[in-house]
Design a protein around this ligand. Structure first.
Ligand SMILES: [Zn+2]
Length: 228
């Protein structure tokens, strides 16, 4: 077994400290809930963007407040005629009601720590790296999930903007009130080498088999309906 380097060890400690800081961003004092567009999520997003910048990433926010942190490839462009490929890492920052502290957050913080370790090791990469912090995955506020990744891919439909939360607030109207909204991302402008998301398992399978890690080979597609 290879022991972690000092930089990796420091990164692990930093990740756990940051998990705790984001866990404090909640709509409730005694449990973690960060629904889309709430002050709790906005606070977690600001912390995350600050850490991305400290790691040397250039950050932007899209219209639904996904945060994209970019690290350009090393060595500059020898062939400017074709865009360089990009590798994407990340996860989501919103949560279900009464959530676990690692869900989503861990994937974002691991991605930032990866950039920090690369920097400390002066690693050279022949491709761009993007850290993605999606603003919405869980579907808890508007009864439809993956608002963040759908927007990132340019697939948020006008009908989705008409959805309302429990207080009758339209998603489209909520978006108008959110601070620091930016331009749509253009992920298809670059060839994508892959997207890697470290995520906790929300079930007992790994624990029962005493496996700390697994690679997803299939995924469940969800659809939700709202009573008329
Ligand atoms: Zn999750």
């Amino acid at each position: 077994m290879t022991l972690p380097t000092t930089a990796q060890h420091d990164a692990l400690e930093r990740i756990l400290e940051r998990v705790d800081l984001i866990a404090r961003c909640s709509e409730h004092d005694d449990r973690i809930t960060r629904r889309f567009g709430t002050p709790a999520l906005l606070e977690a997003q600001q912390l995350t963007e600050n850490w991305m910048r400290e790691a040397g990433l250039e950050t932007t926010r899209d219209p639904i407040l996904n945060i994209v942190g970019r690290r350009p490839r090393d060595g500059g462009a020898d062939d400017t005629s074709s865009p360089p490929p990009v590798l994407r890492l990340g996860s989501h920052l919103d949560s279900v009601p009464d959530a676990g502290r690692f869900d989503g957050v861990l994937g974002v913080l691991l991605a930032i720590a990866t950039v920090e370790v690369l920097r400390s090791q002066r690693a050279q990469l022949p491709f761009d790296l993007e850290v993605l912090a999606f603003s919405e995955e869980e579907g808890t506020r508007f009864a439809t999930s993956y608002l963040g990744s759908r927007t990132f891919c340019g697939q948020l439909s006008p009908e989705t903007l008409e959805r309302t939360d429990d207080n009758g607030l339209r998603l489209g109207d909520l978006l108008e009130t959110l601070p620091h909204r930016g331009q749509p991302a253009r992920p298809l402008d670059q060839p994508c080498l892959g997207y890697l998301e470290a995520h906790i398992e929300q079930g007992p399978v790994l624990e029962r088999s005493e496996a700390p890690l697994a690679v997803v080979t299939g995924i469940v597609a969800q659809s939700r309906t709202v009573p008329a």
